[in-house]
Structures are given as structure tokens and as C-alpha cells.
Write a protein that binds this ligand. Structure first.
Ligand code: SAM
Ligand code: SF4
Length: 328
């Protein structure tokens, strides 16, 4: 097999890069409301360092990159990083996951820099609930506006990620489904993962099976033969809907056997798995002037450490870093 593959023969061609641990929101399932220990600026990788890692990773077989965070658009000059990454010939797809607050402002320049598509995280269509879930912002309208701007500048498909939570937003499942029918939205429901120390409980977990049962009260969900992404989501469509409904089941049915990704944390560690603590330090080597060959060996070492699957179902969550640092 050519390119990069792990010890279980899974091809690895996708790198998720967290560009910051900072965020302008404090979503209840992701970050504590206060007391977040933030990294110093010098501890996060510079854009030049990220570019160097991406270039070497591309030579090994990485062809797709997703930029995430924290909130990636909270870091200044993100378009310049996108432009640098887009200049790497072997990288064929660059996407972004964002909370959407600042996307409207930057969408056009991001597109021009080479970004292809975006995922916007949005868990409610109600302003008061938006403030409750994000703990910070009453700017739901800015996110809704950003979604339209992103579509208009061609960052398509714009996918909307909804973390489903019983008793919090499960009364809005039909409203999101209606958006796929009336407005062509691509909505993906994600099962809540329960990291220790964040303000959600097992009582708020709702499985994709239950979400699907509820949605089917609206009409048949027809499987999309050709998915709209290359990730773990399974896609469906209501009859005559332009948009799609996707389901992501990190908890009830893990998709590790399909996992093709590695993660670069904002502080320069390469993580084989979102839900395990193992990581390989690239920052130190970069700053000690490591050659590209040395970096390649480190990347291959990290890939070789990819576990067969995570152990979320047994209650195991990584201890040392929150999602906002790893890039969920
Ligand atoms: N700030 C950006 C955003 O919210 O899209 C990017 C980073 S955020 C950590 C990436 C994704 O992780 C978001 O879609 C968010 O909903 C998801 N996420 C964070 N914590 C989660 C949890 N406990 N369970 C499920 N998804 C979670
Ligand atoms: Fe910030 Fe995204 Fe985490 Fe919400 S999910 S707190 S927007 S990093």
C-alpha cells in the first residue's frame, strides 16, 4: 500500500489542525465556564511551523486538512495560513470547523485563500437557548448570517453540526430537520461525548437511534447513496429535500475502523486519537531545527501508535487535554 497507513492497515490521509485553544464561546459540553488555563502565545505553533508540518505530512500521504480549535477564527490572520496550506500541491482539500460567530466577516477572504468548505457548529435556533448553551453570546443572528454568507461565497457544502442533548435541544430536532427541507441545510446530529469536568451529564445523552426514531415521524429518511463528505457521518434525506440529515455516533457505534485521521494540537503535539492521551511532540523538534526526514519519522511513529478503537463506551476519556485544545 502506498501513502501512510497505521498498524491496522487503515490508510491515513487526513490531518486535523487545531490552531488555537482560545474560544469566544464557552459551550456547556466543551469548556468550563471559567478558570480555563490558556496556552501562552509562544507555546502554540506559529503558522510557519504548521505549514512545515503540513508539507512534510503531505509528502507522506496526507491530502486533506481540517482547521479547527478552540475557535480557529479567533486567531488572527487565519486566511494567511489557509493560503500557505493551499500552496502545497499534494493537499487537495482544506476545510474549517467554526462556531460561525466570525465567519461572515472572513468567509470571502478564506474562500479566496483556498478554503473549500466549512462546518458550522450550531446547537439551537432559539436566541435564549443559544446564550444558555454558549454561555457567552446572544449573537445567534450572526451565526445564521454567517451560514448564508459562507454559502454565497461558495464554501459548499456548508454543514451544520448539532450536538444533541436531551432536555436542552431535543425539542428542536424537527426545526433542524425542517431546515433540510425548506432551506437546503446539511444538518449533522452528533452524540454528546461526556468529558470529565464539563457541565453536561449522562442524563443529557441522546443516542442517534432515538434521534432518528423521532425524525422519522416527519417522513421517511432515504439513505444518500453518495455521501456528502468523507468522514464518519451517515447521510439521509427527507423526500424532496435539497438538504441532508447526517448522523455521527462516536458513543453508540464507534467508527474507529474507518478512522483515517491524525490530529495536530495547538501546542504542537501529534495525536493519533482524539479520545486517547498518547501524543508525539513535534514542536520541540521543530524548534530544535529538526530536518524534514526527522519530522517524517516522528509522524510515522505517531501513526503507528493509532489505537484500534477508543474506549468511550467504557467511560474512558483523555485526561490531560480538553477538546478545545485537541480540536474536537
Ligand atoms: N470552535 C469550533 C466549533 O465549535 O465548531 C471548533 C472546535 S469544537 C471543539 C469542534 C466540534 O467539537 C464542535 O462541532 C463541537 O460541537 C464538538 N464538540 C465539543 N465538545 C463536544 C462533546 N462533548 N460532545 C460532542 N461534540 C463536541
Ligand atoms: Fe468553543 Fe467550539 Fe468548544 Fe463551543 S465547541 S466552546 S465554540 S471550541
Amino acid at each position: 500500500m502506498t501513502g501512510l497507513s497505521d498498524s491496522f492497515q487503515r490508510p491515513i490521509d487526513y490531518l486535523r489542525i487545531s490552531v488555537t485553544d482560545r474560544c469566544n464561546l464557552r459551550c456547556i459540553y466543551c469548556m468550563p465556564s471559567e478558570g480555563v488555563n490558556l496556552l501562552e502565545h509562544e507555546d502554540i505553533l506559529s503558522y510557519e511551523e504548521i505549514y512545515h508540518v503540513a508539507q512534510v505530512a503531505a509528502e507522506l500521504g496526507i491530502s486533506k486538512i481540517r482547521i479547527t480549535g478552540g475557535e480557529p477564527l479567533a486567531r488572527l490572520g487565519l486566511s494567511s495560513l489557509i493560503k500557505m496550506l493551499a500552496s502545497i500541491d499534494l493537499i487537495t482539500d482544506i476545510s474549517l470547523t467554526t462556531n460561525g460567530l466570525l465567519l461572515g466577516r472572513y468567509a470571502a477572504e478564506l474562500k479566496q485563500a483556498g478554503l473549500r468548505r466549512v462546518n458550522v457548529s450550531l446547537d439551537t435556533l432559539k436566541p435564549d437557548k443559544f446564550k444558555f448553551i454558549t454561555r457567552q453570546s446572544d449573537k445567534l443572528d450572526d451565526v445564521l448570517e454567517s451560514i448564508e454568507v459562507a454559502k454565497a461565497v461558495g464554501l459548499n457544502p456548508v454543514k451544520i453540526n448539532v450536538v444533541a442533548m436531551a432536555g436542552i435541544n431535543d425539542d428542536e430536532l424537527f426545526d433542524f430537520a425542517a431546515k433540510t427541507i425548506n432551506d437546503g441545510w446539511h444538518v449533522r446530529f452528533i452524540e454528546l461525548m461526556l468529558p470529565v469536568g464539563v457541565s453536561t451529564t449522562t442524563a443529557q445523552f441522546i443516542s442517534v437511534t432515538d434521534i432518528r426514531k423521532k425524525l422519522e415521524q416527519l417522513g421517511d429518511l432515504e439513505p444518500c447513496v453518495h455521501g456528502i463528505g468523507n468522514g464518519p457521518a451517515k447521510y439521509f434525506r427527507f423526500p424532496e429535500a435539497n438538504g441532508t440529515v447526517g448522523f455521527i455516533t462516536p458513543v453508540s457505534e464507534h467508527f474507529c475502523y474507518l478512522c483515517n485521521r491524525m490530529r495536530l494540537t495547538s501546542d504542537g503535539k501529534l495525536r493519533p486519537c482524539l479520545l486517547a492521551d498518547d501524543e508525539i511532540d513535534l514542536k520541540q523538534s521543530l524548534r530544535n531545527g529538526a530536518s524534514s526526514e526527522r519530522l517524517k519519522l516522528l509522524i510515522e511513529e505517531a501513526v503507528a501508535k493509532k489505537p484500534l478503537h477508543h474506549n468511550l463506551a467504557e467511560g474512558y476519556m483523555p485526561k490531560d487535554k480538553p477538546f478545545s485544545q485537541v480540536g474536537g
